[in-house]
Design a protein around this ligand. Structure first.
Ligand SMILES: Cc1cc2nc3c(=O)[nH]c(=O)nc-3n(C[C@H](O)[C@H](O)[C@H](O)COP(=O)(O)OP(=O)(O)OC[C@H]3O[C@@H](n4cnc5c(N)ncnc54)[C@H](O)[C@@H]3O)c2cc1C
Length: 457
């Protein structure tokens, strides 16, 4: 009977564990999680922190579910060392486990070393239930300062503003999330923030957290300015949480099949170097990593090993929300002036903005959809196929740039995993739909630019 150990009880780890048990019911599967909470849907932390969803709504299953599946989930079990030669895992609380196969699915954590003061109470990276609780417990009007061009930063801003807290959002440059959003997209995000009462501060890089009575009291910026905050969100730099591995310094390089330099070890999710935050990719990689282990494909990492985020998914697709505005980015969404790439854009109508990016050979290489993501699935397929501009579906293009909804392509974004779900023709407000990825059931409601999905509380 083989024994598998999974490090990390997030979406990648739990998917891997379920897959291993489904495919090898005789196997022993243990999940080691440093958190005290069973698997929850991390993208909904903002809803919990804002008080929009009860915490109980984001747990995928009760603990009994995993027991019934024969998965041994050990909470509060931080892995401190893996010995790939001896095939053992050691935890902080003294357990030593032997494995036949190991899945590293430990996600990302705030990069270390942080700025001075970043370990003070009241400093969060906004990635855990504990941190969502901290936001929820702040008194009305409390000051919150957030830094970072990342999903956790944007979600913290939204949640804190949604609770009526006094939020200052610090941008290192001039615009919001410049790797994904162009100037028009940045303006939509900034408008939303200002409308929600957020103070957006540009050219503001924190260099130290200031202490007040043993807790964080704000940050000092590189140019000497101070920004007060009873809660400080340092959400700018994250790195794979793999310090329990030998030679962890460079991150965990994995091949396209998610194997690593060690034959019995595979990796999945945000822990892989070269990735970044991506729920859907982590979900898929959990399954893929389990399959690789089971197929015995975990060959020794070759010199040509590529990072999983790039090798197994050449076209990056990102599904999320910015200040409640649905966003899907596919492939390349920001191009430099006079780079030979060209763009076709819609007008900006409120939160509605869409853009296509073509390479110098006039092939579609990117798409940015804000406010309405109905055509994301069709555009992703077109980017993956390298479709030439002249071969793009005419009704797709017609609908794409039309802010009033036209139901040729019907899609909504899952409120949990943000997967863009293709709806059946005739789908209408009030229908209940189940996300094929995360299994969450939600209700369709009519939004300004078509149907949108609302999570059940
Ligand atoms: C607030 C928020 C909103 C988000 N919104 C979106 C979104 O809209 N769209 C999107 O695509 N993505 C979003 N993400 C990102 C998404 O949640 C992640 O990409 C996804 O959770 C990664 O899954 P994972 O299993 O790889 O890692 P994680 O979910 O991070 O799970 C890893 C687990 O391993 C644990 N761990 C780490 N080290 C150890 C150790 N040494 N021992 C034991 N356990 C360990 C961690 O504590 C954690 O529980 C969001 C993230 C946050 C925080």
């Amino acid at each position: 009977m083989p024994g598998f150990v999974v490090v990390g009880g997030g979406v990648a780890g739990m998917r891997a564990a379920e897959r291993l048990k489904d495919r090898r019911p005789d196997a022993e599967v243990a999940v080691l999680s440093e958190e005290q909470f069973p698997f929850y849907r991390r993208p909904q932390l903002g809803d919990v922190a804002a008080g929009r969803l009860p915490e109980t709504a984001i747990y995928a299953h009760p603990a009994a579910y995993y027991r019934s599946k024969g998965i041994d989930v050990r909470l509060d079990s931080r892995v401190t060392a893996v010995d790939p030669e001896a095939c053992t895992v050691r935890t902080e609380n003294g357990a030593l486990l032997h494995y036949d196969g190991l899945v590293v699915a430990s996600g990302r954590r705030r990069a270390r070393p942080g700025i001075p003061g970043s370990d003070l109470p009241g400093v969060v990276s906004f990635t855990t239930v504990d941190e969502a609780r901290q936001v929820l417990s702040l008194p009305a009007g409390a000051e919150v300062v957030v830094h970072g061009d990342t999903i956790p930063a944007l979600e913290l801003v939204r949640a804190a503003a949604g609770r009526g807290l006094a939020v200052s959002y610090l941008l290192s440059g001039q615009g919001v999330w410049p790797e994904v959003l162009d100037v028009d997209g940045q303006q939509i995000a900034a408008n939303r923030m200002v409308a929600a009462g957020v103070k957006v501060v540009t050219e503001a890089t924190p260099v130290a957290v200031v202490e007040r009575n043993g807790r964080a009291g704000g940050v000092r910026l590189a140019d000497g300015r101070m920004q007060e905050g009873a809660l400080v969100g340092l959400c700018g730099r994250f790195e794979p949480a793999v310090d329990f591995l030998p030679e962890a310094g460079t991150g965990l390089q994995v091949a396209a099949d998610l194997s690593t330099p060690w034959p019995e070890v595979v990796a999945a999710g945000d822990a892989c170097a070269g990735g970044g935050f991506n729920w859907l990719r982590s979900w898929r990689q959990g399954e893929q990593a389990a399959d690789t282990l089971l197929a015995g494909l975990a060959s020794t990492g070759s010199a040509g090993a590529e990072t999983a985020g790039l090798a197994s998914d050449q076209v990056h697709v990102f599904n999320t929300q910015i200040m409640g505005v649905s966003l899907v980015s596919v492939g390349r969404t920001v191009v430099a002036y006079r780079s030979g790439y060209s763009e076709v854009k819609s007008e900006v109508f409120g939160d509605f903005y869409k853009k296509l990016v073509f390479d110098p050979d006039d092939r579609l290489v990117g798409a940015l959809l804000l406010g309405n993501v109905a055509e994301a699935g069709a555009l992703e397929a077109a980017v993956r196929a390298g479709t030439e501009r002249r071969h793009l579906n005419a009704s797709l293009l017609e609908q794409l740039f039309e802010p009033t909804y036209a139901p040729h392509f019907m899609g909504v974004q899952c409120p949990v995993c943000r997967h863009e779900i293709q709806l059946e023709p005739g789908a209408t407000a009030g229908d209940r739909v189940t996300c094929p990825i995360c299994g969450v059931e939600f209700t369709l409601v009519q939004g300004p630019q078509g149907l949108i999905a609302r999570a059940a509380g």
